[in-house]
Design a binder for this molecule. Structure first.
Ligand SMILES: *Cc1c(COP(=O)(O)O)cnc(C)c1O
Length: 431
């Protein structure tokens, strides 16, 4: 499999080069030159195929010959080594729980897959690889956890000061070793902008072998399509689900669209956004305009200019008609998100996190006029990651899992950074 840049000003590369580079030299996102179709036998045997085997079969065409089959099988088995249960919430809506990995958010799968691939590739070269990543909350923790102690790889994480939850902050600042956290006095879009600029700075890229671990990196983006296959494995209804995805940078939804384009049955997609709804507006109007990010209680989705939007356009030949007939966009306010967490908990006992609640609200809205259909929301994080939001709504504490209690006691270590590129540049050149 070869990958081309969506800006079309850079050479095609294989999976190895795309993973190490993160972003193409023309600053475009890499995109697979063909979308592989799932073999009919794969879809037929889906319900009985073990998770790791399914992961291997889905990822193999994308990885090609850059990783030997036995090694890739090990990487896949390791990556998906925890459950992905579909849990009924109401008669019409179920949740696909993606928070059973080590950092309690869905980004663990992409981060684990990518870190293991990069670990393999780094064993073939002598120079250290530096992973430079911007996080709106959960990416940083998943990447830090995935890469902790991986030899030949250094990780530098940029996160917006005061805009991530305490659990999230501990997960990216308290690990130490090969992980460094830069605390940026700005928002996520500032962090993302700084990272993008570093990748186009020749002085920096000749000093360090830089790669990104955001969902712009194909090794993080592509394995996320597995969620949709795991959901289908457990889906109890004869008709395929309406799938609602709480979206920020749109890597997760775009991976679901890729699985759909490869032949996975999905009835419809719901793009669930908070106030940062540039893609939802595009779906409604056909016009896309990036916006400045605004802070919400579903902070991992506070993205004004989602990177993966260009991949969605590419997947469907830029056709707004095709895209908007397959995906419905919803904007959910913080007030509606809070009310959803409270109501769903009262009525069903199920505790949503703020991101899952955005998806639940949008999905319920979509299904209201379609009583015969069933919906699935992607529950992307454990509610314990957002106690300040969740606990007052349900009037009770959410118990901290033991694995986190230990982490919460570790000292925070971060380096403050103004949201100016010169500062980041100086820091990177001094490494
Ligand atoms: C990152 C994140 C999202 C948004 O996912 P994208 O792939 O960026 O659209 C949603 N929920 C949670 C909990 C996240 O961490």
């Amino acid at each position: 499999m070869q990958y081309y840049s969506l800006k079309h000003q850079a050479p095609r590369v294989d999976f190895r080069a795309a993973t190490i580079a993160g972003q193409a030299p023309d600053s475009g996102l890499y995109f697979p030159e063909t979308v592989p179709r799932f073999a009919p036998e794969l879809l037929q045997s889906l319900k009985t195929l073990p998770k790791a085997e399914l992961a291997f079969q889905v990822m193999q065409p994308y990885v090609g010959t850059t990783i030997p089959a036995a090694e890739l099988a090990r990487i896949c088995a390791d990556t998906v080594d925890f459950p992905f249960p579909v849990v009924p919430v109401t008669a019409q809506i179920a949740a696909l729980e993606l928070f059973h990995g080590p950092t309690l958010a869905f980004k663990d799968v992409g981060a684990r897959f990518m870190s293991r691939c990069l670990g393999y590739f780094s064993r073939q070269q002598t120079k250290t690889i530096t992973v430079l990543v911007a996080t709106s909350g959960d990416t940083g923790g998943a990447v830090a956890n995935g890469f902790l102690g991986v030899e030949g790889v250094e990780v530098v994480i940029l996160y917006p000061a005061g805009k991530v939850s305490p659990v999230q902050e501990q997960q990216l600042t308290a690990l130490g070793q090969n992980i460094t956290a830069l605390e940026v006095q700005g928002d996520f879009d500032d962090c993302q902008q700084l990272v993008k600029q570093a990748f186009t700075d020749a002085a920096v890229t000749s000093h360090l072998t830089l790669t990104s671990a955001n969902s712009i990196n194909v090794a993080r983006w592509l394995p996320q399509q597995l969620y949709y296959l795991y959901a289908w494995q457990q889906w109890p209804h004869p008709e395929p689900p309406v799938v609602a995805v709480p979206s920020g940078n749109f890597g997760n939804l775009c991976a679901g669209l890729l699985a759909y384009a490869s032949g996975l049955p999905v009835a419809h997609f719901v793009a669930a956004c908070n106030a940062n709804d540039s893609v939802a507006s595009y779906l409604r109007t056909g016009d896309f305009a990036a916006k400045a990010a605004v802070a919400t209680i579903s902070n991992a989705m506070d993205v004004g200019n989602p990177s993966n939007f260009t991949r969605i356009l590419e997947l469907f030949a830029q056709s707004h008609a095709t895209i908007s007939s397959l995906i419905s966009g919803y904007t959910v306010t913080d007030a509606a998100t809070s009310a959803t967490i409270r109501q769903v908990h009262q009525q069903t006992g199920y505790l949503l996190d703020p991101h899952g609640a955005v998806a639940f609200h949008a999905l319920a809205d979509y299904l209201q006029t379609r009583p015969g259909q069933h919906g699935l929301l992607l529950e992307t994080a454990h509610p314990v990651k957002f106690p300040d939001v969740v606990e007052p709504l349900i009037d009770q504490p959410v118990a901290l899992p033991e694995s986190l209690a230990d982490l919460m006691r570790q000292p925070k270590r971060s380096i403050p950074l103004a949201p100016r590129y010169e500062e980041l540049r100086e820091y990177l050149l001094s490494r």
